[in-house]
Design a binder for this molecule. Structure first.
Ligand code: NAD
Ligand code: TDX
Length: 332
């Protein structure tokens, strides 16, 4: 595999994926990204110009997608509207990008016989009870809760149908919550880090008992590369690093690592339909493809992430005021 089309490569996980590829492989990459509010050209700064080409455009633009897909060995599709809270305020871009965008790419890879990897989320499975050992597996029925997760679930089903009906050479992965550098500050962990750095109090939805299963973005991306190279066509792989923590614990960790009292946060309005708990069983990926996470612990990864936001204020500061103004309108 010499050339890849990476959609959403100016977003959080996509930008880290392109950076990871530059470090770990010899592939050449074309990034296709619309640069919505969530995309940032600076997230790709400093990468070699002879190996990374940036194209600003929409995954729903069939003509553009057709042309770009025709020139590569594989497509990795990260581009999406990705934030649950936004999907509750206005679902329409979620339907367009996540469903129509995926359909547009599938039609192009079908025509050109190009390998395709679909990036999805554990949220397609709905949520789990607290304090039970149950975790999501590849066999868990789909049961999405929000417009975001429903649009991702729909896009996954399109991929499966294109594999079965048209022999598209696709794999899928559903990963748990990512953290790390270049994550938009609307998301939980960077929002709280940058709040503390700005002298604001972190904001915890509801009671803070909701559990997320955290994985460092580099571990996610190494799993994606593994599946792209060794995954079985038509198969789904769950990606997770056994990182379950409740939101309250995470806020307390952030405050402690930043030298603040661990109770220096506000409880704010809960998210409507807020999923209680996500937890991934990644046995299939570990046993069949030999992947395992490298990041030693959530605590170490979190400390490194805090340090990154401390040192890259120029990257996040321009978005802070507008992001917080939007949350303030929602009482969050
Ligand atoms: P993000 O919001 O940070 O980035 C999304 C990127 O897609 C942005 O650069 C944006 O400009 C681009 N984009 C949006 N609409 C587009 C369009 N119509 N055409 C072209 N580009 C467009 O998202 P992220 O957190 O990096 O998530 C990437 C993928 O991973 C998504 O598919 C998401 O569902 C999935 N995922 C995310 C997580 C997580 O914890 N963040 C976990 C599991 C799966
Ligand atoms: O200020 C906050 N306070 C708070 O308590 C924010 C922004 C969030 N939360 C809670 C809500 C969730 O329980 O923190 C948890 C994590 O919230 P998000 O960062 O919004 O992530 P989540 O809704 O879990 O979805 C994420 O993981 C799965 C990504 O945004 C999705 O793209 C991915 O599919």
């Amino acid at each position: 595999m010499d050339t890849l089309l990476v959609t959403g490569g100016a977003g959080f996980i996509g930008a880290n994926f392109v950076r990871w590829l530059m470090d770990q492989t010899a592939v050449r990459v074309t990034v296709l990204d619309k640069l919505t509010y969530a995309g940032n050209r600076d997230s790709l700064a400093g990468l070699p110009g002879d190996r990374v080409e940036f194209v600003r455009g929409d995954v729903c633009d069939a003509e553009l997608v057709e042309r770009l897909v025709a020139g590569v060995d594989a497509v990795v599709h990260f581009a999406a509207e990705s934030h649950n809270d936004n999907s509750l305020n206005d679902p329409s871009p979620f339907i367009q990008t996540n469903l129509v965008g995926t359909y547009t790419l599938l039609q192009a890879v079908r025509r050109h016989g190009v390998r395709y990897h679909h990036i999805s989320t554990d949220e397609v499975y709905g949520d789990l009870e607290l304090d039970v050992p149950t975790r999501f597996t590849e066999a868990t029925p789909y049961n999405p809760s929000s417009p975001y997760s429903a649009s991702k679930a729909g896009s996954d089903l399109l991929v499966r149908a294109w594999v079965r009906s048209f022999d598209v050479q696709a794999t899928l992965s559903n990963c748990s919550n990512n953290y790390g550098p270049y994550q938009h500050i609307e998301k939980f962990i960077p929002r709280q880090i940058t709040n503390v750095l700005c002298g604001l109090r972190p904001k915890l939805y509801g009671s803070g008992a909701n559990v997320r299963d955290w994985i460092h973005v580099d571990d996610h991306n190494e799993a994606v590369w593994t599946i792209l190279n060794r995954g079985q066509i038509g198969q789904t792989y769950l990606i997770g690093a056994d990182g379950e923590r409740d939101n309250r614990q995470v806020i307390e960790d952030i405050l402690t690592l930043l030298g603040r009292p661990s109770d220096d946060y506000d409880l704010v309005a809960d998210r409507p339909g807020h999923d209680l708990r996500y937890a991934i069983d990644s046995t299939k990926l570990r046993q069949e493809l030999g992947w395992s996470p490298r990041y030693p612990s959530f605590q170490q990864g979190l400390a490194a992430t805090i340090e990154w936001y401390r040192q890259h204020e120029d990257w996040w500061r321009p978005a802070k005021e507008a992001t917080e103004a939007k949350y303030a309108q929602q009482g969050q």
